[in-house]
Design a protein around this ligand. Structure first.
Ligand SMILES: Nc1ncnc2c1ncn2[C@@H]1O[C@H](COP(=O)(O)OP(=O)(O)OP(=O)(O)O)[C@@H](O)[C@H]1O
Length: 247
């Protein structure tokens, strides 16, 4: 479904994304993980057209979409969410979601009806007439997912939808993401909450300093010394193993 080859982005002297290759099959939930500043969000921005790569290519559903505008990529069926949610203040939850629905629906009533349906799916059905600016952090995160979902994506890129949520809110949002997958939407997520990565994803890639350093099941990656080193620093995997041996 998605083939990324040699994807590279430099910001001045910093190579934020460095020769990344990804192959994502249709169906399921995958994750892109890695420490702060690893280049995850930049990868999403490159894949969805918000940044132009310095090198490399992106193919989606068999078409080369490298350097295409975000709107065209979204129309083709791939959308991303943003870490910092900025609802259109002064507009209701329904109207905010309808903005996404207008991607395929020109008719206002149809877009509003679609918004209502999507709001139910993400658990915002009881807040349709609220001003979007009044939503809690957890509500705003759901709104962000809803706006993306209203565009009827085939591939949904979720950027840290659990960030800022408490454990109970995380527990509540996990089934929402599963339900989206069950409707046939393929999902790639960036997530720091490892519990969520473990519970949701079948496969994960680990990015560190712009480059992919490992891939596999989340469970295998959590025990991989290279991955532990990337998160916790040099020598940590050996120290942890030593600690475990003495325990
Ligand atoms: N527009 C930009 N201009 C300059 N540097 C940037 C820009 N965007 C990102 N960077 C830098 O590129 C690197 C990768 O950033 P990115 O946000 O992609 O990482 P990340 O893995 O998503 O991090 P986090 O988990 O903290 O969100 C960082 O060093 C960041 O400071």
């Amino acid at each position: 479904m998605l083939e990324v080859r040699g994807l590279t982005k430099r910001f001045g002297g910093l190579t934020a994304v460095d020769g990344v290759d990804l192959d994502l099959a249709e169906g399921g939930i995958s994750a892109l993980i890695g420490p702060n500043g690893a280049g995850k969000t930049t990868c999403f921005a490159l894949i969805t057209g918000f940044h132009k790569p310095d090198a490399g290519s992106v193919r989606f559903l068999g078409h080369d979409i490298t350097g295409e505008k975000p709107f065209r990529i979204a129309r083709a069926g791939m959308v991303r969410t943003f870490q910092i949610v900025q609802p259109f203040a002064g507009q209701t939850v329904r109207e905010n979601i309808a903005v996404g629905a207008h991607m395929h629906l020109a008719d206002r009533a149809a877009a509003l009806a679609k918004a209502e349906q999507v709001a139910q799916a993400v658990g915002l059905g009881d807040r349709l007439d609220r001003d979007a600016a009044d939503l809690t952090v957890a509500g705003r995160k759901r709104l962000e997912v809803a706006r993306a979902l209203a565009t009827e994506p085939k591939l949904l890129l979720l950027d840290e939808v659990m960030a800022g949520l408490n454990p109970a809110e995380i527990r509540d949002v996990i089934p929402v993401i599963r339900a989206i997958r069950d409707q046939g939407v393929t999902i790639l997520l960036i997530e720091h909450v490892m519990q969520a990565v473990m519970e949701l994803s079948d496969h994960a890639w680990v990015l560190n300093q712009g480059a992919l350093i490992a891939e596999g099941t989340p469970r295998a990656l959590a025990a991989d010394p290279t991955v532990i080193e990337a998160y916790l620093g040099h020598g940590m995997a050996a120290r942890l193993a030593k600690g475990a041996a003495h325990a």
